[in-house]
Design a protein around this ligand. Structure first.
Ligand code: COA
Length: 260
């Protein structure tokens, strides 16, 4: 099987997942989704990888969406199976226990943008163009784009992107708070790596729990989410890492977190 998705450990603790179909702007095929799931299995079980960066090969695109050529002539069942596979991957990525960063150079459209929206942080370059242009094909997003974009940027910004099929520039994505960093295309990976390195200093259990809190808080009532927040804190306080963090601060040394 050719490698449509590459996985490298680019520095201690940091994995890099690269969508690798640059001649088709990394458009997401069925085989690519299979390989993406397999790569996530590897990252999940590899205890050396603590933070995952996702990017696209070739510099022109993160991913320009689902493989439109693969849509031609599909039976309804096949088409839906592809959509379900995309949704399974996106749901898993969003709930992934380790933090994820989308590093976006060039186009992140349709399914590519939907993958980025499942990451915890987006880092964009000035060449980034983000959008959900499915309406131009007579279709609509099916991998969570409408709902995750709405929750990320709010109703009117989401409507603007969806209803006008506008491609948002990296600068604007940064202005509206969708992206947490904006940089020159050549600096993209080093800026994403900087964010990952900051995460490596945070206790891994705390990272996982705070990710869950953010996800839960998007849909829960405030009282329920606040109760869950305190449950999480009590659990972390009782963990070895919680005690280690407190000790290390008081002893004026760096904590040694073990993920327990
Ligand atoms: N699916 C399949 N192939 C795609 C693709 C997609 N989503 N996006 C780009 N490609 C292919 C093109 O067909 C082309 O292949 P070819 O060289 O064999 O003809 C190659 O990638 C380069 O794309 P091209 O369109 O020539 O580049 P461009 O710079 O002129 O335009 C885009 C770039 C992103 C504006 C344009 O490719 C595009 O609109 N893509 C579709 C985006 C989309 O609708 N995504 C949602 C899909 S549901």
């Amino acid at each position: 099987m050719s490698s449509l998705v590459l996985l490298d450990e680019i520095s201690p603790g940091i994995g890099l997942l690269t969508l690798n179909r640059p001649d088709k702007l990394n458009a997401l095929s069925r085989d690519m989704l299979v390989q993406l799931q397999a790569r996530l299995d590897e990252v999940e079980t590899n205890s050396e990888i603590k933070v995952l960066i996702l990017t696209g090969a070739g510099g022109k695109a993160f991913a320009a969406g689902a493989d439109i050529a693969g849509y031609k002539g599909r039976r309804e069942r096949e088409f839906m199976d592809f959509q379900f596979a995309g949704r399974r991957f996106n749901d898993r990525l969003e709930a992934f226990p380790k933090p994820t960063i989308a590093a976006i150079n060039g186009y992140a459209l349709g399914g590519g943008f939907e993958i980025a929206l499942c990451c915890d942080l987006l880092v964009v370059s000035t060449s980034a163009r983000l959008g959900l242009p499915e309406g131009l094909l007579g279709l609509s997003p099916g991998g969570g784009g409408t709902q995750r974009l709405l929750r990320s940027v709010g109703r009117h910004c989401a409507a603007d992107l969806l209803l006008t099929a506008w491609r948002m520039k990296g600068e604007r994505a940064y202005e509206v708070g969708l992206a947490s960093a904006l940089c020159d295309p050549d600096d993209l990976l080093s800026v994403a790596k900087g964010k990952a390195e900051a995460m490596l200093k945070v206790a891994p259990l705390a990272l996982t729990e705070m990710k869950r809190l953010i996800r839960l808080g998007e849909d829960a009532s405030l009282p329920a989410a606040l109760s869950f927040e305190q449950e999480v804190l009590f659990r972390l306080y009782c963990s070895d890492d919680g005690q280690e963090g407190i000790d290390a601060f008081l002893e004026k040394r760096q904590p040694q977190f073990k993920g327990k």
